[in-house]
Design a protein around this ligand. Structure first.
Ligand SMILES: [Zn+2]
Ligand SMILES: [Zn+2]
Length: 256
């Protein structure tokens, strides 16, 4: 399984893109920096997009990718929950901001939206997909993706602390998890249901107690302006836990 980090951040600038992962060139998870990172032919190789929740930084490129597929007379499958479908239909693809690509062209809409059932393995393009609830302000699901040859990655998406129930359901070799801000923002992180390095540390300790191992850990969704601070704190935690924890960056390639 080859995973490319297209977007690694929670804010956008010339050097930072909204969070987005690409698996084996055909499966995207979240659509932050999706169209802005891929050529048109690479976009057309996409088979499916999994959306974790409705926040703007995770769905931003859905209208843009839909337009490109529409102009190419092609269709794209999007997997997510009912609230995400409702948010896209009422706020973005509503014939006011942009065309209703989930309904049009009639009979063969550009976006085929498939509602996923949490806790049940869905088969998508040969991959086993498991949606697992995490702890964020709006309903949010992490995705465990199992490749045809049995490699397993779990991406939490945005989440706060309290992931024990989530850990019970997953067994990844690679964990892609969020850390939005450094520890001095812990109160903000708790309120907005995000993680800081110390909160991540406790979640990883819980993971190890429950599962008896720690996977390789890659951190995404950093605030670019606070990234140096986050990095220093993450390095200290990686040393204490004696486990690889690295910050993702745009263009990072991971192989399982
Ligand atoms: Zn969010
Ligand atoms: Zn976010």
């Amino acid at each position: 399984m080859d995973i490319r980090v297209l977007g690694a951040h929670n804010c956008e600038s010339q050097s930072a893109r909204f969070v987005c992962l690409l698996i084996d060139d055909k499966l995207a998870i979240d659509a932050g920096g999706l169209t802005s990172s891929l050529s048109l032919p690479a976009q057309q190789r996409l088979k499916a997009i999994l959306l974790t929740h409705q926040h703007y930084d995770h769905i931003r490129d859905i209208p843009a990718i839909a337009m490109n597929f529409f102009l190419n007379e092609a269709t794209i499958n999007i997997y997510s929950t009912l609230p995400v479908h409702a948010a896209l239909a009422s706020h973005l693809l509503n014939a006011e901001l942009y065309p209703k690509f989930m309904e049009q062209p009639q009979g063969n809409p550009t976006i085929k939206f498939i509602i996923i059932e949490p806790g049940k393995i869905e088969h998508v393009e040969g991959y086993g997909i498991l949606a697992v609830p995490v702890n964020h302000t709006d309903p949010t699901f992490g995705y465990q993706v199992t490749s045809p040859d049995g490699k397993i990655v779990f991406y939490t998406s945005d989440t706060g602390a309290g992931l024990t129930k989530c850990w019970e359901q997953v067994s990844p070799q690679l964990l892609i998890i969020e850390v939005t801000a450094p520890d001095r923002y812990q109160e903000f992180a708790k309120e907005s249901r995000h993680l800081t390095p110390s909160l991540l540390k406790q979640e990883l300790i819980n993971f190890r107690e429950l599962k008896g191992y720690l996977p390789q850990v890659v951190v995404v969704h950093m605030n670019p302006g606070l990234e140096k601070e986050i990095e220093t704190e993450i390095e200290a935690i990686a040393r204490v836990l004696n486990n690889p924890i690295t910050l993702a960056y745009e263009g990072m390639q991971l192989h399982l």
